[in-house]
Design a protein around this ligand. Structure first.
Ligand SMILES: *Cc1c(COP(=O)(O)O)cnc(C)c1O
Length: 475
């Protein structure tokens, strides 16, 4: 039976239980919850062992196919995956590079916008196209970005006939490369909007726009931020690929993941629950350490967002954590809704001893501040000649802390951005300014279109209405 999707806030299986293509287009459930599969597909050892022989697009088609049911005709997923990963600058798509005896980097930055978001969004863009053209529909995508999702989503959707896309980013809180990657997209269907506020404000605005039933209906709103289940599914793929390359399924592997919205490390958790042999999943945070504090003490309380060297992780409210909470609360949707409401109201998740202990059994976490980040970039360069970006440095720092604590498995730190995406920090740490790949070499000469709007739902809604070409059906 095909996988169906439930909301984290209402786990009853009703006739409204969603299919993959509905979840792909909707992003967020109508009750404000996040979609989760009603059950997880399982891969046995033979299937896991066979992964080592597959090219990345074939592996992606196979894994995402387990979640997609009959949403696509035979062969369509493979076509989509091949189209999605054709433009990557490395034939392996997500190559592994060894740093020392026990530490590897998984390079996830060879896509068009130089961050790991491309691995999911290039595929999701292809899937959107195929589903929309079959349904003869158009959509208006609205998303919030802490920097990297936005450029990856704009790159995945720009010029697509059936899609208009609006991306909200926090004004002056992202790097110049990140901003330029969004503001220099010339396509008429692609809009980057700077919001006077933080990433959390942008995310709240997106939620408010989706809660506006009239706007939703008029423009056929769709989401591509990391709450979209299709993205989580696509992100599990490189965990399977890396483990297979390092000798899985016979040999367990550990992963260290620089974490903000909890989408990437949660995908690792899903891969593990699907049968992948993972020894440790390590969360790396910067000074915005709400997740590290939670794992250490059970305290999940919001602190003000502080800018750091790794802006894509400058987040206090990690949306995807709600999916883990759903699991920790034994899939009790009403209990999740209550806990999230209390979190929103009081700024702290109600303490729950049993759930916290369960979470500690699933994840390790380390906080790496900016001083440590600079030191890790410098040390990694000194010992390996490799330039790593500040997000990758957080993953390496958390990996090293965890290796020092023991554990025998190879440790894979996820290299989530190209060093040239954050050149100032890398240059300060190493004295070397990383160069942009050739395809982006003229980024600083391209013309920017900058729009700044206040943190005000009505103003943003009006802007979207005025600039969207049209939602609804094309037919
Ligand atoms: C998005 C991003 C992160 C955080 O990933 P989440 O899935 O939000 O936890 C970390 N590093 C980089 C470079 C990113 O772009």
């Amino acid at each position: 039976m095909a996988v169906r999707y439930l909301s984290t806030r209402d786990a009853r299986a009703t006739p409204e239980t969603q299919r993959f293509e509905d979840v792909l287009l909707a992003g967020l459930a109508a009750d404000g919850g996040l979609y989760v599969p009603d059950r997880l597909p399982h891969l046995d050892r033979t299937a896991l062992a066979a992964h080592a022989a597959l090219p990345y697009p074939a592996l992606a088609a196979q894994i995402v196919g387990l979640f997609a049911g009959d949403a696509f005709p035979p062969g369509a997923l493979l076509d989509a995956a091949q189209a999605a990963y054709r433009g990557f600058r490395h034939a392996a798509v997500s190559p592994l590079v060894q740093i020392d005896q026990r530490l590897w980097l998984l390079e996830l930055f060879h896509g068009p916008t130089l961050a790991f978001k491309d691995l999911a969004l290039q595929l999701v863009g292809q899937l959107f196209d195929r589903v929309l053209s079959r349904k003869a529909e158009r959509v208006t995508i609205i998303g919030a970005t802490s920097g990297d999702t936005g450029s990856a989503a704009l790159a995945a959707c720009s010029g697509r006939e059936a899609v208009d896309i609006f991306i909200l980013y926090p004004h002056n809180r992202i790097s110049e490369v990140q901003r330029r990657q969004m503001t220099t997209v010339a396509a008429a269907n692609a809009h980057a909007i700077a919001i006077d506020g933080t990433f959390d404000d942008c995310q709240d605005l997106v939620k408010a726009l989706f809660a506006d039933a009239q706007l939703c209906g008029a423009l056929n709103l769709a989401a591509v931020n990391s709450i979209n289940w299709a993205r989580i599914a696509a992100q599990t793929v490189y965990y399977f690929a890396a483990a297979a390359a390092l000798g899985g399924p016979g040999r367990p592997v550990s992963f260290s993941v620089p974490t903000g919205n909890f989408g990437n490390v949660y995908a690792g958790h899903i891969a593990r629950r699907m049968g992948l042999s993972v020894e440790r999943l390590v969360i790396g945070t910067n000074r915005n350490d709400i997740l590290a504090r939670y794992i250490a003490s059970g305290d999940m309380s919001i602190a003000p967002v502080e800018p750091s060297l790794s802006p894509s992780m400058d987040i206090q409210v990690s949306s995807n954590f709600e999916r883990l909470l759903f699991e920790l609360k034994d899939r009790n949707g009403a209990a999740v809704a209550d806990a999230i409401a209390a979190f929103r109201r009081s700024g702290a998740l109600p303490r729950a001893e049993r759930e916290w202990r369960a979470a500690r059994g699933l994840f390790f976490a380390h906080r790496i501040d900016d001083t440590q980040t600079m030191d890790i970039i410098a040390r990694t360069y000194a010992r390996s000649g490799m330039l790593i970006d500040p997000h990758t440095a957080v993953a390496v720092g958390a990996a090293e802390a965890e290796l020092a604590d023991g554990g025998g498995a190879p440790m894979v730190a996820l290299a989530c951005a190209h060093p040239a995406k954050f050149p100032d920090a890398v240059e300060r740490a190493t004295g070397v300014r990383p160069a942009l790949p050739a395809a982006l070499a003229d980024l600083f000469e391209r013309r920017e279109r900058i729009t700044v709007l206040p943190n005000d739902k009505a103003v943003v809604a009006r802007y979207v209405r005025d600039h969207a070409r049209r939602g609804g059906r094309t037919g």
